[in-house]
Design a protein around this ligand. Structure first.
Ligand SMILES: [Zn+2]
Length: 370
């Protein structure tokens, strides 16, 4: 939020995708940490521990200092009982934003203890060995509007941190993030980095410096990886660890089971882990209507450090062969024509049939499923 009235910051954070009331660790603001060196006035970095253990109840889960492993036993052994902890807790993010002044965005770094093993995360006393995932939350309203304008798709942090099955239950949000606005991940910035460059050129004044600060952070943190992914993708290859970067929601992806290509529309960011989940939909003809049908595709992360993209179970359409594209277009046109047959055959079609989207996508997206 750029503006002299820092107190207005919280009010101006866009209230998007709000399904639940705000969640805070403490009902009353408490003194926040001040130890983080301010190297850039445009942003701050906060470190949040994702864990359901009671170990964190008294210590807090969000800190201005990076966490290290702390054993809750007297053995000083970093075993499975060890938890992450840090100093200078932050109990109230809006209050922290207010106290931080004129910042534009916050980098949230997420650390996990309770399921650290799943992250292949060794508990050790070495601070440099503490791993995290991160996402950026926008604080400045003008910067948020810029990001909204250039976005091809919406960031979906739920892909990484599924909400509890019963959000109203007693354990509500214990494993959830505290910043409940949209967040933008490395994946997002890979697919929007050129748009971000253009946005810097097109803006001026305070907004330009905000966008430039965001671009600088992205470039510094991820630029080398992005360049490497681009270079390998040009050769049709990808590092196993970077597969998720190939996919952007709203793009068409291709499966090629048994040598028969089929097209789907990706509807969320890929999940991470040994199995890369891809939530998709496709057009399905049920004998009467064409309908949007949800489907869950997956890629088993290859053991090899580098693979051919076209050897993956699912790959973006831009890596399909000319023959595959031609086949999908031909097949798509064939079934797209069925929508008119459906319409004619069923006079009195209910326009509220939610799954019927006339002209929503080109023929690529069509596929008959059983
Ligand atoms: Zn923990």
């Amino acid at each position: 939020m750029k503006g002299a009235d820092a107190a207005s910051t919280a009010r101006h954070v866009p209230q998007r995708k709000r399904a639940q009331p705000k969640r805070r660790l403490a009902s009353k603001p408490q003194p926040d940490g001040e130890s983080q060196p301010v190297v850039n006035t445009q942003f701050r970095i906060l470190h949040q521990i994702i864990c359901t253990s009671n170990f964190h109840m008294a210590k807090g889960k969000i800190f201005t200092n990076p966490p290290t492993w702390a054993s809750d036993t007297t053995t000083e052994i970093y075993d499975a009982r060890a938890h992450l902890s840090s100093t200078y807790p932050v109990y109230n993010i809006p209050e922290y934003i207010k106290r931080s002044g004129d910042i534009s965005f916050i980098v949230f770094r997420y650390y996990r203890c309770s399921d650290a093993t799943r992250w292949d995360h060794a508990r050790t006393g070495d601070p440099s060995n503490v791993r995290y995932d991160e996402a950026i939350g926008i604080v400045s309203q003008p910067l948020q509007e810029t990001v909204d304008r250039l976005s091809l798709c919406v960031s979906d942090p739920g892909s990484y941190y599924p909400k509890p099955a019963n959000p109203a239950g007693p354990n509500q949000n214990q494993n959830d993030k505290e910043f409940d606005q949209d967040e933008y991940t490395m994946d997002y910035f890979y697919h929007h980095r050129h748009a971000l460059d253009d946005a810097v050129d097109q803006a001026d004044g305070a907004l330009q410096s905000q966008i430039a600060a965001l671009r600088m952070y992205v470039s510094t943190q991820y630029g080398r990886t992005f360049d490497e992914v681009d270079g390998l993708a040009a050769q049709g290859k990808v590092k196993s660890q970077d597969i998720h970067l190939l996919f952007c929601p709203n793009e068409i992806v291709v499966t090629n089971q048994s040598g028969v290509p089929a097209a789907h529309v990706l509807r969320a960011w890929p999940t991470k882990g040994n199995i890369i989940g891809l939530e998709c939909w496709n057009w399905a003809y049920d004998g009467h209507y064409l309908r949007r049908k949800e489907c869950q595709l997956a890629i088993n992360r290859p053991i090899q450090p580098m693979v051919d993209i076209r050897d993956l179970e699912v790959y973006p359409l831009r890596f399909a062969t000319v023959d595959e594209v031609s086949y999908l277009e031909s097949r798509g046109r064939k079934f797209w024509s069925l929508r008119y047959q459906s319409f004619v055959a069923y006079d009195g079609w209910d326009l509220k049939a939610e799954n019927y989207y006339v002209g929503a996508q080109p023929p690529f997206t069509l596929r008959v499923s059983s």
